[in-house]
Design a protein around this ligand. Sequence first.
Ligand SMILES: CC(C)(COP(=O)(O)OP(=O)(O)OC[C@H]1O[C@@H](n2cnc3c(N)ncnc32)[C@H](O)[C@@H]1OP(=O)(O)O)[C@@H](O)C(=O)NCCC(=O)NCCS
Length: 384
Amino acid sequence: MTTAVQKETPASPVVAKGLKGVVAADSAICDVDGQLGRLIYRGYNIHDLAEHSTFEEVTYLLLKGELPSTFQLQEFSAELAECRRIPPAVVEFLKACPRDMLPMSALRSAVSVAGLYDPQAEESTPEAQSQTALRLIGMMSSLVAAIHRLRQGLEPLDPLLELSHAGNFMYLLNGRIPTADETRAMDLILILHAEHGFNASTFSARVISATLSDWYSVIAGAIGALKGPLHGGANTEVLKTLFEIGDVKKVAEYVETTRANKGKFMGFGHAVYQVEDPRARHLKELSRRLGLEQGQPQWYEISVELERVVREAIRKNCNVDFYSASLQHYMGIPGDLFTCIFAASRISGWCAHVLEQWADNKIIRPSSNYTGPAERSYLAIEQR
Ligand SMILES: CC(C)(COP(=O)(O)OP(=O)(O)OC[C@H]1O[C@@H](n2cnc3c(N)ncnc32)[C@H](O)[C@@H]1OP(=O)(O)O)[C@@H](O)C(=O)NCCC(=O)NCCS
């Protein structure tokens, strides 16, 4: 038996619960200004990118730091398109999964399995790191579409390399060549969700990569973090809320009941933004348009009323997940696939951050403020 050493009680350190407000590293990728409601990728405002850019261009910008020239974009887009194919063994793995698999769980597992078939998975040269990043970005939307089709009892489709990234994604999901409007809608979703600083999934990716683990472990971990309803999983919950309300006249009653039950309003509030989430306005406008075009404006209208009443009730603005729910519903995407679509976009941001982390690595290892018992003597089991 050892004798307990009396420990002096040090002054309690200041604990930043949830690391809120803690600056954990320098990063040149993204600036989220929560006071101004401003989002910048590598110096470019999200409003300009949403209006003028494509997912391929934004991915190039995030990975390489500059917008590409026409030639660079063509070359990069062709390289990315070549990465759309899924290893056949991963398709076989997905086929063996339960038909009612949760899409985000299936995606997390499929990424993990894909790592087993990538001969470069454990290579750490800068060339291998860049190539694997591209493979993951190219493959992610194909994995999401394969999961979507297999759940319906359909065979996954081969990618069409001549389509844009967004166009091919819509094709793989629906099995028909998308219209220009459908492609643009998907492109907008992919651009707006691609990057957002040290959010939970990106920070998870940086923590895992900082141990010098491999790409596939990093991305599987990031998908796990994104899946949670307080992060990327919120968009799925928003659609459930809209369906539960069902009628614009029932919004006030829903808000009252949720408040009385101390419930959360999914798609509202943000850890950084104190004002409008700048991404929400683009999704809102597109949701309005598609709702009208399809003669089903009710999901948009319920969303608008819910936004108004929640803001009045708890002074929280809606976030990126709020209007993405009605919008993706109008695009024919099932609610439980929304977070996978988010992952197929955020993969670009994750990869940019992991490359930045590896370029100047330091293991991420914060401390905790111990609140357990002071050191005490070990008691033999028969004396307890
Ligand atoms: C995003 C979120 C996790 C940020 O959490 P946070 O940084 O702790 O936010 P705040 O500091 O502003 O929250 C303080 C309090 O405001 C209230 N609040 C914040 N968001 C709320 C919401 N959507 N509904 C009801 N109350 C909310 C809560 O009382 C919260 O206290 P809690 O942490 O004990 O629940 C939080 O707003 C939330 O849970 N939103 C719903 C889920 C969602 O939409 N997530 C996607 C984010 S992009």
